[in-house]
Design a protein around this ligand. Structure first.
Ligand SMILES: [Zn+2]
Length: 255
């Protein structure tokens, strides 16, 4: 394929060979946001278009706001890997993936420039409109790939995006100290925490024990929704933020 017309009118096109059809002709109804985690945007763009990498995303947004589309929105890009949300595991078949240039935790993790984020917001609004994506289905890679991925990370401006009409977010409940559920705890309160995380969409198993998978899920939740401390223990602020998030889910959380 020599090229295609971009779905996002402002995007440049650079075709990646790393894509296939969506399962059962599915249409995307989710957006997954990533950071590139590489030294340069140029290097990330080349990697996502290299057949040897076997990875891709629909879009790449450079630090200066330039958008490159590599896979058509109708096709299945290879960005999410092993992942799950609301019990569904083929996230690549139901999502549009956006890679946002940032060196990431291992290489310095810069703040995301405002001009880059304004472009990400605009790009997301277009995708949301074209595919009728519910606010609570605009997620981070870390939300769907528990224990495996931490991008786009706790410095990602979810609040800014929310105020730009993208995603679901509530102001985090203030931290006041006090008791917290922690690794090793067990019982009904742990089960309730797991049930709320699972209801929101996280791929946590309800065991009634604050096991490693619970800690990892709480960390993922905090990295997105309560970023002041990403410590994996469920303090009152974390639990209250989660409750308010569930209560305010615009699309509702019933199947
Ligand atoms: Zn990622």
């Amino acid at each position: 394929m020599s090229g295609f017309l971009p779905d996002h009118p402002q995007a440049d096109v650079r075709v990646s060979p790393n894509f296939g059809p969506r399962r059962d002709g599915m249409k995307p109804d989710m957006i997954v946001l990533h950071y590139t985690g590489m030294e340069t945007g140029h290097g990330a763009e080349a990697w996502l278009c290299d057949p040897a990498s076997e990875v891709s995303s629909h879009y790449l947004v450079h630090e200066d706001g330039r958008v490159v589309q590599m896979v058509r929105e109708g096709d299945r890009a290879w960005h999410a890997g092993k992942s799950s949300w609301r019990g569904w595991t083929d996230i690549n078949s139901c999502s549009v993936g956006i890679e946002i240039v940032n060196p990431g935790h291992a290489l310095g993790y810069n703040a995301f420039p405002r001009c880059q984020m304004a472009v990400v917001a605009d790009l997301c609004r277009g995708i949301i409109e074209r595919h009728d994506v519910a606010p609570e289905r605009v997620l981070g890679h870390s939300d769907v790939a528990l224990g495996r991925k931490i991008d786009p990370g706790e410095r990602f401006p979810w609040r800014f995006l929310f105020h730009q009409g993208v995603g679901h977010w509530v102001a985090p409940s203030p931290r006041r100290g006090g008791s917290a559920l922690r690794p090793g705890d067990a019982g009904e309160t742990v089960e309730e925490l797991q049930s709320m995380l699972a209801l929101y969409g996280y791929g946590v198993e309800i065991t009634g024990r604050y096991d490693t998978q619970t800690e990892v899920t709480v960390q993922a939740f905090q990295r997105h929704f309560r970023t002041s401390s990403v410590d994996g223990s469920a303090d009152a602020s974390t639990i209250s933020t989660l409750r308010r998030l569930i209560a305010s889910a615009p699309g509702g959380l019933d199947d």
